[in-house]
Design a protein. Structure first.
Ligand SMILES: Cc1cc2nc3c(=O)[nH]c(=O)nc-3n(C[C@H](O)[C@H](O)[C@H](O)COP(=O)(O)OP(=O)(O)OC[C@H]3O[C@@H](n4cnc5c(N)ncnc54)[C@H](O)[C@@H]3O)c2cc1C
Length: 409
């Protein structure tokens, strides 16, 4: 793989030819690349970031190496879990306690609509708009039922999404898939006959028979036979703040979605999550537990938590302020015990647009077979649909080192 890439001349680089080009190196898209390669296609994956994983990436933060940046769960789909277990070569572990949603101190099953609806009603009341209030009351009543029963508990890799990312890298290394990191796709140009595509990247053209985009691929320009196609997407900035705390949890959790005041209201602080974006939800994950640092943290009576806040309100604000504010919310939300103190904090921003299933379908209809679209917004559901056409994934031992990456185009 490297030989072919490293020996290409500048002219060759502008005419790299593939059956399929996949934009984005998220777990779903990497699995799709491997699936296509197994089916005999020549495939390239392009990603503008320098790391793989998309929203499931890992990073080194101070003394903590390869930690999961973000708050994640994998939807309760036994097919997706089976596929993941085959890929990892190990069993997923049951999350303890199971992910839950929190509204004013009350815990609900993560899939239950009630806390979301209560939160919407609360915001409706704040707006003092009678029409809105009536609508949200009615909507709440409609959803007053327990979450759908699931026989499958939430499961997760024992060492977090790092295992997924590394298992995929190991498989990629053994495959003929070309992975180009640091390669931004600025435009997708589909030919008039809809049988070929040119991806215009910051380092040259990549030609293929088809291109694959997911729900969160940032498609900026798309044209067919030179005619531009309009793209509807919602841009969503995400802030992850990682807190290294000295202290313990007050209430056990592995992953929690917090609605309403328990994490969001403070007398003199801003709400944790903006109410207009992301529905005012903040997510908190014990990323230290799902990492290689679990034992060390436990011995020292420390925690490594990630808090995910969607929205713009923390843009450009000081990290220490952000961290202190979040810790205050965690204390008020009674997720960590009162004596917990901040050792260190890091923040990471993740920029991600979102295209709905309807929009993806519309683009596909306009662009024809040269554009393949994947609804990737839920990893568990996405993997379930992939599993149907996957066949068998060889069991691999999880790699301890990242696979070498093809050089830039
Ligand atoms: C912060 C966050 C948390 C999430 N948590 C969960 C969760 O817990 N469970 C769940 O099931 N789903 C979750 N999701 C949904 C998530 O979108 C999917 O799980 C999955 O990662 C989506 O895959 P994707 O390829 O569409 O997008 P992403 O994972 O966002 O990956 C997109 C990748 O494509 C690259 N890219 C985009 N545009 C271009 C371009 N023009 N040129 C080159 N590269 C490009 C980006 O750099 C990025 O690496 C989360 C999403 C976000 C944003």
């Amino acid at each position: 793989m490297e030989e072919r890439n490293s020996s290409t001349t500048r002219r060759d680089r502008e005419l790299l030819l593939y059956d399929g080009v996949i934009i984005g190196a998220s777990p779903y898209m990497l699995l799709e690349a491997l699936r296509l390669e197994e089916a005999g296609q020549r495939v390239a994956v392009l990603d503008r970031r320098d790391v793989v994983g998309g929203a499931w990436y890992i990073a080194d933060l101070g003394e903590f190496t390869e930690v999961e940046v973000g708050c994640h769960y994998i939807e309760r789909c036994s097919t997706a879990y089976d596929l993941l277990e085959e890929l990892l070569g190990t069993e997923l572990v049951e999350m303890r306690p199971q992910p839950f949603a929190l509204y004013r101190g009350l815990a609900f099953d993560r899939a239950c609509a009630i806390p979301r609806k209560l939160n919407a009603l609360h915001r409706g009341l704040e707006s003092r708009n009678l029409k809105r209030i009536i609508y949200h009351c009615w909507d709440l009543v409609r959803h007053l039922r327990p979450a759908p029963r699931s026989d499958t508990p939430y499961r997760y890799p024992d060492r977090g999404c790092r295992s997924i990312v590394q298992a995929l890298l190991t498989r990629l290394e053994r495959s003929s898939v070309d992975l180009f990191l640091g390669t931004d796709v600025k435009a997708i140009e589909i030919s008039e006959d809809r049988r070929s595509v040119a991806c215009v990247t910051d380092s040259g053209l990549v030609r293929s028979t088809f291109v694959v985009v997911g729900s969160c691929t940032d498609v900026r320009e798309l044209s067919v036979g030179g005619r531009p196609i309009e793209i509807q997407k919602k841009q969503m900035p995400h802030h992850n703040i990682i807190l290294h705390l000295h202290g313990t949890k007050k209430r056990p959790f592995s992953y929690v979605e917090s609605f309403g005041i328990s994490l969001q209201r403070g007398n003199h602080h801003q709400p944790l999550a903006s109410s207009s974006i992301g529905g005012g939800i903040a997510r908190v994950s014990d990323i230290g537990f799902y990492s290689d640092h679990r034992e060390r943290l436990e011995e020292r009576g420390e925690l490594l938590l990630c808090v995910h806040v969607p929205g713009e309100q923390w843009e450009g604000k000081d990290t220490d302020d952000f961290a202190t504010n979040i810790l205050d919310k965690l204390l008020r939300g009674r997720l960590v015990e009162k004596k917990a103190t901040l050792v260190q904090a890091w923040r990471e921003k993740y920029e991600s647009p979102l295209m709905t299933q309807t929009e993806l379908d519309r683009l596909k209809q306009e662009a024809g077979p040269a554009l393949q679209t994947k609804f990737t917004f839920d990893l568990g559901l996405g993997m379930t649909s992939l599993a149907d056409s996957w066949g068998s994934v060889e069991c691999d031992q999880v790699a301890t080192r990242a696979a070498p990456i093809a050089p830039k185009l």
